[in-house]
Design a protein around this ligand. Structure first.
Ligand SMILES: Cc1cc2nc3c(=O)[nH]c(=O)nc-3n(C[C@H](O)[C@H](O)[C@H](O)COP(=O)(O)O)c2cc1C
Length: 313
């Protein structure tokens, strides 16, 4: 049988929240682990929302890997201790977030310009690994140049890190331009850890292409493509395609699970709930009929919105 790689659900801040993760797992499945959007230390603490989102009781039945963002060991320890206190043993370290407010402060992809900072975080990884905690890293090729990883990778290769995910763009690009597959190939040759490819995978054919090109890949991580088409991971694993009727049926089911969860947790009444639900359609089902998408975005009452989604065919 053809070798299948692991499929990881990428973190998308504001989108792949616990409501989406639980619903996706229940309705579509096929994902080996879901990563949380980054949790960070800000204004002297961790946001209550981030704490709630990562609680095991809000992420039932899924393998969840909480992601943290830090640039200094002290900050990292505070976040790691919090995650460990919830019972998790796997933690992902964000070295890829390109948002200027973050990257310009030497965090996310910004840390890739400071190999000594990465080394200090790797010392922290090694110390926790002795206690049975395993770490992965999610990174880009660099912040301003696509070869900054060359000064970072030795520290990662020499550390106890268990897995590396690479999104082959640089921070300055954010999500624009092409992924740099040549630089990824170089990274692939140099990396001594199980390697996961991430970026612009939207179909089973896309996954197969990258897996064929890089036969030693440990897995692929998918963000927008999986949010767009929830069946992607399961279809890759089963080698099947999903008919449109079944896909839309499952989307409606997933929607109602997400809606139920958000109606219990979103503060600010109907208006906020409606905004939250509508925002999901930024990435959901991009091939949706234009008229339908417009009607969903234009709905100014929950009842109108829900009717539009219920009639999705
Ligand atoms: C809206 C949005 C939010 C994101 N939030 C995070 C995040 O919290 N942590 C992270 O590591 N990456 C984050 N990413 C990056 C994605 O995880 C992923 O690396 C990127 O979208 C490329 O993969 P894709 O083409 O499969 O979506 C975000 C991306 C988007 C578009």
């Amino acid at each position: 049988m053809e070798k299948k790689v692991k499929i990881f659900a990428a973190p998308l801040q504001g989108f792949t929240e616990s409501a989406w993760r639980v619903a996706h797992n229940e309705v579509f499945g096929g994902v080996d682990a879901y990563f949380t959007p980054f949790i960070r230390y800000e204004k002297g603490g961790i946001r209550n929302k981030d704490k709630r989102e990562v609680l095991p009781e809000n992420n039932r039945d899924i393998r969840l890997i909480p992601q943290i963002m830090a640039s200094e060991p002290e900050e990292m320890k505070t976040l790691v201790d919090f995650i460990i206190s919830l019972g998790y043993k796997e933690i992902d370290l964000n070295m890829g977030c390109p948002f200027p407010l973050i990257a310009n402060r030497g965090k996310g992809s910004g840390i890739l310009q400071y190999p000594e900072k990465v080394t200090a975080l790797m010392d922290c990884v090694n110390a926790y690994s002795d206690d049975g905690i395993s770490f992965s890293v999610k990174m880009r090729l660099g912040q301003v140049s696509a070869d900054e990883w060359k000064d970072i990778l030795p520290a990662i290769n020499n550390s106890e890190v268990k897995m590396v995910t690479v999104h082959p763009r640089i921070g300055k690009q954010q999500y624009k331009g092409e992924v740099d597959m040549e630089a990824f190939a170089e990274f692939y040759n140099e990396c001594r850890k199980p390697l996961v490819y991430n970026g612009d995978l939207c179909s089973v054919a896309d996954i197969n292409r990258v897996v064929e090109k890089f036969p030693y890949l440990y897995g692929v991580m998918i963000g927008r493509g999986l949010f767009a088409d929830g069946s992607l991971a399961a279809c890759y694993k089963n080698g099947t395609e999903m008919e449109r009727d079944e896909l839309y049926f499952k989307v409606r089911r997933m929607h109602s699970i997400i809606y139920e969860r958000y109606s219990e947790t979103i503060e600010g009444g109907e208006a906020q709930l409606l905004l939250k639900m509508k925002s999901l359609w930024e990435y959901w089902l991009p091939e949706l009929d234009k008229k339908k998408r417009k009607a969903i975005h234009k709905a100014n009452k929950l009842s109108v919105y829900l009717k539009e989604v219920e009639e999705l065919r």
